[in-house]
Design a protein around this ligand. Sequence first.
Ligand code: PLP
Ligand code: ZN
Length: 396
Amino acid sequence: MVKNLKREGYFKEVFTIKKEIKCTKCGKKFNMKNILKCECGGIVEVVLHNYSEIKIPQNPNSMWDYFELLPLEDKDNIITLSEGMTPLLKTENLSRQLGIKNLFIKDETRNPTGSFKDRPNTMAISKAKELGIKTITIASSGNASASAAAYAAKAQMKCVVFVPENTPEAKLAQAKCYGAEINRIPGNYSNAFNKALEATKKNNWFNVTSTYLNPYSYEGDKTVSYEIDKLIDVPDYIFVPIGAGPLLHGIYKGYKELRKMGYVKKLPKMVGVQSTGCSPIVDAFENGDNIVRPWNKKVSSIASGIDDPLTGYEDDGTLTLKTIYESSGFGIKITDEEVMNGLYQLAESEGVFAEPAGVIGVAAVKKSLKHNLIKKQDKVVIMITGHGLKNIKAVL
Ligand SMILES: *Cc1c(COP(=O)(O)O)cnc(C)c1O
Ligand SMILES: [Zn+2]
């Protein structure tokens, strides 16, 4: 029988899922627009309705096949470089070395600009197009600005980036070649964050910074969970390098949606990994606190991609902390030496070369096994978030 495509298209229209923005603090609802915070100061989040009507695609080829679950109204606005759909590799040599049987890595280094940031950016910049935006801006420790610049190029928008002065050269080279305006800001990531926010307010730009500032961007991170779930049952633990933590939060949100839709029964425990040189969220976890305080010591670590002191937006850290508690997971911090051992071990055992921030989960799994935080029978996924070539100074 010939498929009646027109008819299928018609049903898609009818069943389009209601999507709106809701404040996580006071519950106020908003239409989808250029919004960063609720008037009450609360973080705003996308919520979907009618989960029972959503069907997950059987044979997805693109993360945009999950369109129904993403906060975009019209498919014509999708700006894509074919991101996502990264391999979930079952480790063989590494798992033998660590004595853990079911150890997987989700290899996000394969994304178009070499880091997972292509997921939040394809989402946010597609939304920017839908909202008629001409200029986007971003604060970043390097990967997110490289990625945003690429998607802005594809969308033919102007891109203004704010990065800390110590940002690795390769990441800056990417942003430069994609045509972004680059502002190098003295000091740490939070300084760049606050500069970008000032410029956003002044010029009414669209800010796609990878914290919880832009409610659309981290919806793109949810797709990681849909992809993992296509291949394996819900893992016991997912290890995620965290700056402010939207990737961790997004993956968990994705699993919660899969549960609402009836695809899974249990949820993974989320492990947030930071460096000892900047660990505001993990320190709060270890102290049993309910809120995260900004990191007011010197920021110093090899994992520059996740060094976020959260100064001025500590609430973002608190939201990640809450997600870790809610999932019954934990936080763990890693020294530079452990990070680098893990980097070499993954490269030598599995042929995957990642930057220090991107590979910090390997050391975290080793340490968690050693301290009996996880067991050898557990099924574990490590998010490998950024390519090794992005920071070669670390290994020379
Ligand atoms: C941005 C980044 C992270 C942290 O992700 P967040 O969602 O911002 O917490 C981890 N690893 C790498 C390589 C990154 O670039
Ligand atoms: Zn509010």
